[in-house]
Write a protein that binds this ligand. Structure first.
Ligand code: ADP
Ligand code: MG
Length: 224
């Protein structure tokens, strides 16, 4: 799957409250790419990731997946596209507190009225080291374990691409390192495309293509 972003801009608010969060972002993401995007707080990282993943629309520019303009889709079609093709990992995990780890992981399939693939769930749990934690509630898990559950949830519908917004931002450096190593390993094993936002340069270095964003302006390191 080829993702092409052309001249993406995002302006929040209007008048005196107008904030240009992102301006003129161009980016092509090829199948299997491992991309990191680094930038200080408030530089537009989340804004860019939300637009790339269909979570929020740009105020200017175009985004296509295999030539298809995803913001031309109807809301319902875009939601279905996202559920099936895109995995998203948040800094704050965003697990549902009343559901067990297993139920959280299976939620995207449930929303899509799809059968749970127990064998695949078992495989993911094993790769992420959470096999013995599946019956636990999120508050019974460490931060690192919660994020690994969230990674399994992002992968359960077998999406082509995973977007992660500061996935280690809420973790200490040891469990953050573990989470990133697992994510990178799974990406390689399962041949996924991975786009990670971070302000940790060690994590950015793990990626094959590195971007920097400053005041809403995106540029590729050593690139165009
Ligand atoms: P980052 O993820 O790099 O910290 P964001 O993309 O969240 O940055 O935000 C970029 C800029 O856009 C910031 O100045 C932020 O305050 C502003 N911003 C983000 N979301 C909104 C919103 N919903 N309404 C108004 N301004 C916003
Ligand atoms: Mg952010």
């Amino acid at each position: 799957m080829l993702i092409k972003a052309e001249n993406l801009c995002k302006v929040y608010g209007s008048g005196a409250n107008k904030v240009t969060a992102l301006c003129g972002a161009n980016l092509e993401i090829a199948e299997g790419d491992f991309i990191s995007i680094m930038g200080p707080s408030g530089s537009g990282k989340s804004t860019l990731l939300h637009i790339l993943s269909g979570l929020d629309f740009p105020t200017e520019g175009r985004l296509s997946y295999d030539g298809k303009d995803i913001y031309a889709l109807k809301d319902r079609e875009l939601s279905a596209f996202r559920r099936r093709r895109i995995g998203f990992i948040f800094q704050q995990f965003h697990l549902l507190p009343v559901l067990t780890a297993r139920e959280n992981i299976l939620m995207p399939l449930l929303l899509d009225r799809k059968q749970a693939d127990q064998a695949y769930l078992g495989e993911l749990a094993k790769l992420l080291g959470i096999s013995d934690r599946l019956t636990h509630l999120p508050h019974e898990l460490s931060g690192g374990q919660q994020q690994r559950v969230a990674i399994a949830r992002a992968l359960i519908a077998r999406p082509d691409i995973i977007f992660a917004d500061e996935p280690t931002g809420n973790l200490d450096s040891k469990s953050g390192g573990e989470v990133m190593r697992m994510l990178a390993e799974i990406r390689q094993k399962m041949k996924k495309t991975l786009v990670v936002i971070t302000h940790d340069s060690r994590i950015a270095q793990m990626a094959e293509r590195r971007f920097v964003i400053m005041d809403g302006v995106l540029s590729e390191e050593g690139g165009q």
